[in-house]
Design a protein around this ligand. Structure first.
Ligand code: PHE
Ligand code: FE
Length: 289
């Protein structure tokens, strides 16, 4: 990650909170074209795979399908729904800056868009991942509250508990790669899935990954991989459940997490509730997390 001073060379107007101008007027036709291509691909794969809350968010926000959204206009619409706004940042920002934005209902979004040769994979979050992937769920009132709480919790984890590793796993397995039970199947809501055509299909349909019932401590003990499809996804019952389980004081949990097991991304444990072909079964026993 670059420092503010380094970033000032490419973004002279960068502010102390790492926000920059989106400079929407500077996007060219090719850049809007990349957005349009990605949007069209996702509109084909998401129905039946993304949860209703995600699809409703897309509609409620009237997210632009043929051009990169102007954050100012998008923020006006989003603010009416849940009080959130979208602000532009160069790309990754320091943890405390990120948490401060979330705690104040500002979602920091990358301003650049991937090149046409990187439609399927890129290493840093761009505007398509950040806006198409994340913003629809921010129009959902409970998820919007969850994200704000996460920002506040991030500050505590960083400064008081030094437990960022554990908390980051929660973000990864919910906000970025979360699945939710829907009837007798699972649907996706995680932004990292929703902005990827191949993982949108893989996460809900492939027989290969584990789909494990969400359990807070289990998730916070599980490492994740950033370089390939997930080997395990965690499935929440509802956004109310997610909020209820996380909106409690983590102090005791962090103390517990300071010792004990860490799980590999692909591990299956006794006690994991496994979702297969839409139904779920218990592996049995209870895991000693
Ligand atoms: N409950 C967490 C804490 O006490 C904060 C938090 C809320 C974290 C929601 C993540 C999601 O620190
Ligand atoms: Fe993301």
């Amino acid at each position: 990650m670059q420092t503010l001073d380094q970033l000032r060379e490419s973004h002279p107007e960068i502010r102390a909170d790492y926000t920059i101008h989106q400079h929407w007027e500077r996007y060219g036709a090719a850049e809007h074209g990349v957005w349009k291509t990605l949007y069209e691909r996702q509109s084909k794969v998401l129905p039946g795979r993304a949860c209703d809350e995600f699809l409703t968010g897309l509609q409620k926000l009237h997210l632009e399908h043929d051009r990169i959204p102007d954050f100012e206009r998008l923020s006006e619409r989003l603010e009416k729904q849940t009080g959130w706004r979208v602000v532009a940042v160069p790309s990754l920002v320091p943890d405390e800056v990120f948490f401060d934005h979330l705690a104040n209902r500002r979602f920091p979004a990358g301003q650049f868009i991937r090149s046409p040769s990187q439609l399927d994979y890129l290493e840093e979050p761009d505007v398509f991942h950040d806006v198409f992937g994340h913003v629809p769920m921010l129009a959902h009132p409970v998820f919007a509250d969850y994200m704000e709480a996460y920002g506040k919790g991030g500050m505590r984890a960083l400064n008081e508990f030094h437990a960022l590793k554990n908390l980051a796993r929660l973000y990864w397995y919910t906000v970025e790669f979360g699945l939710i039970r829907a009837g007798d199947g699972v649907r996706l809501y995680g932004s990292g899935i929703a902005s990827s055509r191949t993982e949108s299909i893989y996460s809900v349909e492939s027989p290969s990954p584990n789909r494990i019932g969400f359990e807070l401590e289990r998730v916070m003990r599980t490492e994740y991989r950033i370089d390939d499809f997930q080997e395990s996804y965690f499935v929440i019952e509802s956004f109310d459940q997610l909020f209820a389980e996380t909106y409690k004081d983590f102090a005791a949990l962090y103390a517990k997490l300071a010792t004990g097991a860490t799980f590999k991304p692909g591990d299956l444990l006794p006690g994991d509730k496994i979702f297969t072909r839409g139904t779920h079964t218990y592996v049995g026993g209870s895991h000693a997390a």
